[in-house]
Ligand binder design. Structure first.
Ligand code: NAD
Length: 480
């Protein structure tokens, strides 16, 4: 059945004659029709946010927190429905969708608490007659532009801190996965969020929609998660009105296994860091640097593990690898694999598009003997491909791991504490998983360095991205 959705603009549910289709990547069927927003809808969303902004900024923290907690509760009650919608529009297996809903909820709960802890400072002054106070105020109207690979968590990771800080927010979700975003909008409406404090505006021309946001000086901050190229474009556009910006961009994570690692633990975490979301995550391990001494054992164990994974429609029981998001994604993976093989890499598993009448499937794939000149060694693959590169020394592998324009996540497996510190300090990445293939969590500061982005999401740092610092210099203190 094809569901009909409405946009959520300034607190109103809005229809439009022109709609766009949302496709299930597992079956290629149309699952929903969504009104195709244009500039008009986006402008209405901005006006509504500007209108309610002062009121929302002055709403006490306890009330802002209450609404976030209520939204989290509603999301938890509807986990099954939301997880199903996510699998239908994005493809990830149902168990992973449930996991993402729990992860998405955790940001609302975390920031509900942080709303109450927006503390200022007092600073000793150089004059007896003066006092200096630091106060924090919401940045104002903000906008979120989000990708398709985490259709719920990338949204609550932005709505949570924005609303907690007293900012209003306009969300422009990916046109491939707008349904989860619209469901979340409905949940906030039910939770009692004032009209206009949140809008979800989806459409097939992202450049046109975001232009409205980027040109309006009243939109004071944008938070973008997506590809590095679009991030750069938005950063240039933001300079015209000097908006605050946060960017969570692409990654090319190294996964380093030293000979003293617990091999079974390393293999289990390798599968997790690579295969979650079919490899379509920004923190997906892309380059597996494995020490020569353990290369055969590691490769054999990982091959067995990936071979046991089951490819298919994520709604079906037992499926652990769903479809990729679209045909272009399959093509990119194919291109990386073919390029590697043509330059001498050896295929140990997979390597050929899954035969199926419908759906955008690609099986778990392992390439051995990968070298630095192959595309897979320097570009984000965004698919279920393990590229194995052998190494000998710690210095060599640190140098190779850092030799990329990206700096989001890095993983390393070793039992040597000194080495853990050396790597943590020398690896140029924002997220470091030492003996941990799944480091993301709401209380930690997620984000990258270099071309992987700017700013941090989650944690006590995440809310600062939505707060302006002011200081008050108060004179006339001395008694006359
Ligand atoms: P994308 O950059 O194509 O799209 C992201 C968002 O930007 C979407 O909402 C899209 O509609 C919009 N957009 C696309 N072109 C635009 C334009 N010209 N102007 C304005 N907006 C535009 O990325 P994607 O394919 O949706 O997501 C995959 C990318 O996201 C990968 O590179 C991945 O690494 C990255 N990502 C990063 C993180 C992180 O936290 N660092 C998390 C998830 C995904």
């Amino acid at each position: 059945m094809v569901e009909k959705y409405q946009l959520f603009v300034g607190g109103e549910w809005v229809d439009k004659k022109e709609t766009f289709d949302v496709i299930n990547p597992a079956t290629e069927e149309i699952i929903a029709k969504v009104p195709n927003a244009g500039k008009e809808e986006m402008k209405l969303a901005v006006e509504a946010a500007v209108h309610i902004q002062p009121e929302w900024a002055d709403t006490v923290a306890a009330e802002r927190a209450r609404i976030l907690v209520e939204a989290a509760k509603l999301m938890r009650e509807r986990t099954e429905k939301l997880a199903r919608i996510m699998t239908l529009e994005e493809g990830k297996p149902l168990s992973e969708s449930r996991g993402e809903i729990a992860y998405a909820i955790s940001f609302l709960e975390w920031f509900a608490e942080e709303a109450k802890r927006i503390y200022g400072d007092t600073i000793p002054s150089n004059s007896k007659d003066k006092r200096i106070l630091v106060i924090k105020r919401p940045a104002g109207v903000t906008a979120a532009i989000t990708p398709w690979n985490f259709p719920a968590a990338m949204i609550t990771r932005k709505i949570g801190p924005a609303l907690a800080a007293g900012c209003t927010m306009i969300v422009k979700p990916s046109e491939m996965t707008p349904l989860s975003a619209l469901e979340i909008a409905g949940i906030f409406e039910e939770a009692g969020l004032p009209k206009g404090a949140l809008s979800v505006v989806a459409g097939t021309d992202p450049a046109e929609l975001t232009q409205v946001l980027m040109e309006d000086i009243r939109v004071r901050k944008i938070s973008f998660t997506g590809s590095t190229n679009v991030g750069k474009l938005l950063m240039r556009q933001a300079s015209d009105t000097m908006k605050r910006v946060s960017f969570e961009l692409g990654g090319h994570a190294p996964f380093i296994v030293f000979p003293d690692a617990d091999l079974d633990e390393a293999v289990a975490n390798a599968a997790l860091a690579k295969m979650r979301g079919m490899g379509e995550t920004c923190v997906a391990a892309n380059r597996f640097y494995v020490h020569h001494d353990i290369l055969p054992a590691f490769t054999e164990k990982l091959t067995a593990r990936l071979q046991a994974m089951k490819v298919g429609n994520g709604l079906e029981e037992g499926i652990t690898v769903g479809p990729l998001i679209e045909p272009a994604a399959v093509q990119k993976v194919e291109e990386h694999v073919q390029d590697a093989v043509s330059k001498g890499a050896k295929l140990l598993l997979g390597g050929k598009r899954t035969e199926s009448e419908k759906g955008f499937y690609y099986p778990p794939t392992i390439l051995a003997g990968v070298t630095e000149d192959m595309k897979i060694s320097c570009e984000e693959t965004f698919g279920p491909v393990v590229a194995i590169l052998p190494f000998e020394t710690e210095d060599e592998v640190i140098h190779k791991a850092n030799d990329t324009r990206y700096g989001l996540a890095a993983y390393f497996f070793t039992r040597d504490v000194g080495r853990i510190f050396r790597l943590a300090e020398r690896l140029e990445f924002g997220i470091l998983g030492a003996n941990d293939g799944l480091p993301s969590t709401a209380q930690a500061p997620f984000g990258g360095v270099k071309e992987s982005g700017l700013g941090r999401e989650g944690s006590k740092y995440g809310i600062e991205e939505y707060l302006d610092i002011k200081y008050l210099s108060l004179g006339g203190i001395s008694a006359k």
